[in-house]
Design a protein. Structure first.
Length: 230
């Protein structure tokens, strides 16, 4: 499961596309194969703004499914993309109030925020970027403390690459929790991975038509990335 992918049902999205026939459909990588098959271009959080900026100025664009990432890209590029009303439950649930309290507790800490977070959180951040961007920023920064507003799993790699620095997970709205974790990602365990490799199950089948259609927008992304050196 994935709250972001699940926020975009195929039938509803097909109807939405039909209502906007002259729009280019740009989909975030966190979508189902069926949604990718309805798309013209796929983007990641790392290349979304650059891919969108490379498109003709007057091109009409639908962006799916993340409204927060879409809003971020609109502001970065000056575009006015039509946004699907989807969101990641992890990035949607950060508490600005609790984060501001953390900033008081750690006044020297920089706030790193993923673009899937709402605009009011991005606006008070010191750096907004993809997970790879956050890793690079924290590694190159002279600062020693960081509040990290994205899925808490990234903290392991941050600490591994920067053992002399302190990384604090941004807290969610639920006061009983100190960090925000993706319940769907946590469904994958070492035991399940071991059994999957050992037994080669479960096996997932995607029909050939969907496969072929879903690959095309991914190839388009790679083509644009190669052309502009992204």
């Amino acid at each position: 499961g994935c709250s972001l992918a699940d926020s975009c049902a195929v039938e509803e999205f097909q109807q939405f596309i039909d209502e906007h026939p002259d729009y280019t459909v740009v989909s975030y990588i966190n979508t189902s194969a069926a949604i990718k098959a309805l798309s013209d271009i796929i983007v990641t959080s790392a290349n979304a703004a650059k891919i969108i900026a490379s498109l003709p100025e007057d091109e009409k664009i639908i962006f799916v499914p993340d409204k927060n990432l879409g809003d971020y890209v609109n502001k970065q590029t000056g575009k006015n993309m039509l946004l699907w009303n989807g969101a990641c439950h992890v990035h949607q649930q950060f508490s600005i109030e609790r984060i501001l309290e953390l900033k008081q507790q750690y006044p020297d800490a920089l706030l790193l925020t993923h673009p899937e977070c709402p605009a009011n959180l991005r606006e008070i951040s010191d750096h907004v970027g993809s997970t790879s961007s956050m890793l690079k920023f924290s590694k190159n920064s002279d600062k020693k403390q960081f509040i990290v507003a994205t899925e808490a799993g990234i903290l392991h790699q941050m600490k591994k690459e920067n053992p002399d620095k302190k990384f604090i997970p941004a807290p969610p709205k639920d006061s009983a929790n100190t960090c925000n974790e993706c319940v769907f990602m946590r469904m994958n365990t070492l035991e399940k991975i071991y059994l999957c490799l050992k037994n080669e199950t479960p096996e997932i089948f995607v029909d050939e038509e969907t496969q072929l259609k879903a690959v095309r927008p991914i190839k388009k992304m790679l083509e644009i990335s190669s052309k502009y050196g992204l």
